[in-house]
Design a protein around this ligand. Structure first.
Ligand SMILES: NC(=O)c1ccc[n+]([C@@H]2O[C@H](COP(=O)([O-])OP(=O)(O)OC[C@H]3O[C@@H](n4cnc5c(N)ncnc54)[C@H](O)[C@@H]3O)[C@@H](O)[C@H]2O)c1
Ligand SMILES: O=P(O)(O)OC[C@H](O)CO
Length: 334
């Protein structure tokens, strides 16, 4: 018989809201705790059982007392933790938390980003700063938009961990009628793949915003998966099939879907918005913006040929013209 466990979801955005739904719809007996920083949203959810800001159609079935902005309490109450806030805000959020408070807990990163100040993957950050053993860490990836979880559209999540029991723990917690879970041991490749696909989605959006068509997009994405394969093979050289859902699948959904934050952000840049104005226009976070700078920095060590990432970096951080930069990139695509 499975033991009842307490699960924490950390974050108040679309993905955290979708994860709460998955956990609630999953059959395994458990208690769900939900942390978010926005007090007004907490009060609203306690009263009306819907997140007012993200995926508000989802009914939240957690007891009110377990929805809180008290991070210390939530962490102390739970055996397992799901991190689901954009990477750029994780360091700040964990400011008040010490390693001892995370000791013995299993955790999974649902974050598809890099800690900007450290240029570290979330898994690495949890290991190096909080002494969480690698075997206690997993990551969630795969092509899955929160909006489609809300609609209960069949989706596949890849749960990657160096330890099979940790991957299985989270796979068992998240599977539902509409969510299938796939296990992987490629934790670094899965995390880097998810970070890179966000940059490629920004590129895809930029090209669409400028006016390039479907024919060009297909060539861009074909080059993007080869670029991802080169980069991931260099930073974590193990055998993997880059065509699996966690890599190619996630790249395709983010590059083509109407729900993609990163593509939407890129589209605005292609249409002439500044980074600031595009960010202000969105109630959501495009991780690819932050990831672009991090990958640029990290690649100073690895020196992989990543022309699409380089073009996105030049547009977002060096203020190069999207028209000129994509024209130059187009000369290099094959
Ligand atoms: N949305 C999805 O479909 C999806 C799917 C898989 C993975 N993810 C990943 O989940 C993570 C969370 O993304 P999301 O889609 O839930 O976010 P979102 O774009 O829906 O919402 C933004 C979140 O960022 C928070 N935020 C904004 N400014 C902040 C600040 N200054 N300090 C602290 N928090 C702040 C907001 O409160 C909100 O919770 C990201 O890494 C994303 O890549 C998202
Ligand atoms: O497509 P985005 O940019 O909204 O990212 C969301 C998820 O990573 C898709 O799997």
């Amino acid at each position: 018989m499975q033991r009842k466990i307490n699960v924490a979801v950390i974050g108040g955005g679309s993905w955290a809201t979708a994860l709460v739904k998955m956990l609630s719809d999953n059959d395994q007996e458990k208690s769900i705790f939900w942390w978010m920083r926005n007090k007004d949203a907490i009060n609203y959810i306690r009263q009306y059982h819907h997140n007012p800001n993200y995926l508000s159609a989802i009914e939240v079935k957690i007891p009110s007392a377990q929805i809180t902005d008290d991070l210390v309490h939530v962490i102390a109450s739970c055996d397992v933790i799901i991190w689901s806030i954009p990477a750029a805000f994780l360091k700040n959020t964990l400011e008040s938390i010490a390693s001892e408070q995370l000791a013995g807990k299993r955790m999974i990163s649902a974050i598809k980003g890099i800690i900007p100040e450290e240029n570290q993957l979330v898994g690495d950050y949890l290991q190096t700063v909080f002494d969480v053993p690698l075997a206690h860490i997993a990551v969630i990836s795969g092509p899955c938009h929160a909006e489609e979880v809300s609609l209960e559209k069949l989706s596949y999540l890849t749960i990657a961990s160096a330890a099979t029991d940790t991957a299985t723990l989270f796979a068992d917690l998240l599977c539902t009628r509409y969510i299938k879970t796939i296990l992987s041991d490629d934790i670094y490749g899965t995390e880097y793949g998810a970070v890179l696909k966000n940059i490629y989605a920004v590129a895809s959006g930029i090209c669409h915003g400028i006016g390039y068509g479907d024919n060009f997009q297909a060539v861009l994405i074909s080059n993007a998966i080869r670029e991802m394969a080169r980069f991931v093979a260099k930073v974590h050289p193990i055998g993997r099939d880059i065509n699996e859902s966690a890599y190619l699948g996630d790249l395709l959904v983010t590059a083509y879907s109407q729900f993609s934050r990163n593509r939407t952000f890129g589209n605005m840049i292609g249409k002439g918005y500044t980074v600031k104005s595009a960010q202000l226009e969105m109630n959501m976070i495009a991780e690819g913006y932050y990831a672009s700078k991090c990958i640029h920095e990290i690649n100073k060590t690895y020196r992989v040929d990543i022309p699409i990432c380089r073009a996105v970096y030049a547009i977002l951080y060096e203020k190069h013209s999207p028209h000129v930069e994509i024209k130059l990139l187009a000369e290099q695509l094959t």
